[in-house]
Ligand binder design. Structure first.
Ligand SMILES: [Mg+2]
Length: 91
């Protein structure tokens, strides 16, 4: 199974609403992990684990919402960031 097959099967098995809920939950877990990492309560592997969960959900939602549109939005944002980085007054 490639990633698209997995995203399709996931959507079919649990439905669209569950994917948005899962993304919110995984983002919340990553936020909590980052706070715990900051305070030394967990190590890098704990952050990496939550980052992997969020990355998978980013893939799932990107696939659902349109990979080309998301890629275009990312390119636009990278262009703006690049412009900002070249501006000594940029914030
Ligand atoms: Mg998680």
């Amino acid at each position: 199974m490639d990633r698209s097959d997995i995203y399709r099967a996931t959507l079919k098995k649990w439905g669209e609403k569950a994917q948005y809920e899962q993304m919110v939950e995984e983002c919340a877990e990553l936020i909590a992990a980052l706070k715990h990492f900051e305070r030394g309560k967990i190590g890098r592997s704990g952050v990496i684990d939550e980052l992997a969960d969020v990355t998978l959900m980013v893939g799932q939602l990107t696939w659902m919402l349109g990979e080309n549109e998301v890629a275009t939005a990312i390119e636009d944002k990278l262009r703006k960031l690049s412009t900002l980085l070249q501006d000594p007054e940029g914030r």
